[in-house]
Design a protein around this ligand. Structure first.
Ligand code: ADP
Ligand code: X15
Length: 403
């Protein structure tokens, strides 16, 4: 893979460089609650700007439905990037329209602009090659060179990640280079027992990853929204908890395969439940109840792992050689459901294992819950991306940079 240093030595001054970043940060309204992903890519942007490039930064945020939606605007992220760089950052109020074209045309050497959310355009995530390609053509018209540095999105076959680098001379940014360097080590030289902790809310994406992890890990601990499809597969009632009903047979097959292969597959023994999803804005107390994981009432939602599970998971991490963790154990954004995530973070710190935490929300959780991010082996900006990398899959966004 070509690096940005290669690109800079070939000359970027006066050139418009499109940087595909992952600025998908957690927001409360327009307030960024954790700016880790912006901090992670800022050095790449600064390096290019200092070399005289006209830098056009683009990203997705959340999962809008292919049309503009102010709740998913990148304007707050653009503002924060400007603060971190200590320079003015222009903002285009669209992605490939009049505003983007005007901003791209008016940039002076060394200036930086951020485009509006790529996913406001249906072409970005389309499964249709022609529709994605047409959007990539419009993006390509804005720039001369492409730098891929949105590690959190390299597992997506999206226009800005996969199709655009095929249309412009390209290189990998410093964040992608660092992330791949650490994760590569984890695939080549893994100290055992190798424990993987999975949680979070992107259940269908992450269930698929278990297929390969069953061949690689010694222990798989499941919490967060993921756990309930497994509990259902074991024949338990899960009330109104997050459930991927169509994946129940897949979970059953995973449980059977884990047993056959001698992989320890650990599920919550107790959970915190509440009759409704908590108020994440006002943080009104939710007064959760602890119930055994085989006794979730029909009208309740599982929102965190319970105290016995916290102890169990900490014990399973205590003698691990390597731990990869993606996905919070509960709705950590509310203090009543943060203890499971805290216990796993503490379990990682207390373990002698090499620890990697991956994922936008997992990394944010570690910082927001007051842990020192430097105490972990590596905090990755990508959850799904690192999981798929560890699976040994070809990631579209990396393959496109290698071409
Ligand atoms: N039991 C649960 N029910 C619903 N949502 C959950 C549950 N446990 C965790 N979550 C939510 O999962 C989200 C993070 O999931 P995900 O995006 O998959 O993680 P990451 O960004 O680290 O890859 C958090 O916002 C958290 O509130
Ligand atoms: O947050 C992200 O992934 P992650 O939750 O797996 O870390 C990335 O920004 C990718 O977002 P997506 O899962 O909506 O494609």
């Amino acid at each position: 893979m070509k690096t940005i240093d290669d690109l800079i030595s070939e000359g970027v001054a006066g050139k418009r460089v499109f940087v595909r970043a992952d600025l998908n940060v957690p927001l409360e309204g327009t307030t960024i609650t954790d700016d880790g992903r912006i901090r992670a890519v800022a050095p790449t942007v600064a390096k290019l700007a200092e070399a005289g490039a006209k830098v056009i930064v683009a990203s997705h945020l959340g999962r809008p439905k292919g049309a503009p939606d102010p709740a998913f605007s990148l304007a707050p992220a653009a503002g924060r990037l400007g603060e971190l760089l200590g320079r003015e950052v222009a903002f285009a109020t669209d992605t490939v329209g009049e505003s983007a074209q005007a901003v791209a045309a008016s940039l002076a050497d060394g200036q930086v602009a951020v485009l509006e959310n790529l996913r406001f355009n249906a072409g970005e995530t389309s499964k249709d090659d022609a529709e994605r390609g047409a959007f990539a053509d419009q993006l390509a018209a804005l720039a001369d060179l492409y730098v891929g540095d949105g590690f959190g999105a390299v597992h997506r076959k999206h226009a800005s990640v996969y199709d655009l680098p095929k249309r412009l001379p390209h290189a990998a940014g410093d964040l992608i280079a660092t992330e791949v360097g650490v994760l590569k080590k984890l695939t080549e030289d893994v100290k055992r027992p190798y424990a993987v902790v999975l949680g979070g809310a992107k259940v269908s994406d992450k269930l698929a990853v278990i297929d390969q992890l069953l061949e690689k890990a010694d222990r798989i601990l499941v919490g967060g929204g993921m756990a309930y499809t497994f509990l259902k597969a074991k024949g338990h009632e899960v009330g109104i908890s997050l459930l991927q009903e169509d994946q129940v047979p897949v979970c059953l097959e995973y449980l059977a395969r884990a047993e056959k292969r001698g992989v320890e597959f650990v599920l919550p023994v107790d959970v915190l439940v509440s009759p409704e999803f908590p108020d994440l804005k006002g943080k009104t107390p939710a007064h959760p109840t602890v119930v055994a994981s085989d006794a979730i009432p029909a009208d309740q939602e599982g929102l965190d792992i319970g105290p016995k599970t916290r102890e169990l998971y900490a014990a399973k991490l205590a003698d691990a050689g390597t731990v990869f963790w993606n996905g919070p154990m509960g709705v950590f954004e509310h203090p009543d459901f943060a203890d499971g995530t805290k216990a796993v973070a503490q379990g990682l710190l207390d373990s002698p294992a090499f620890t990697v935490v991956g994922g936008g929300d997992s990394a944010a959780a570690v910082r927001l819950l007051g842990f020192d991010e430097n105490a972990f082996g590596h905090i990755s900006t990508g959850g799904g991306a690192s999981l798929e990398y560890l699976e040994g899959k070809t990631l579209p966004g990396l393959a496109a940079l290698e071409d």
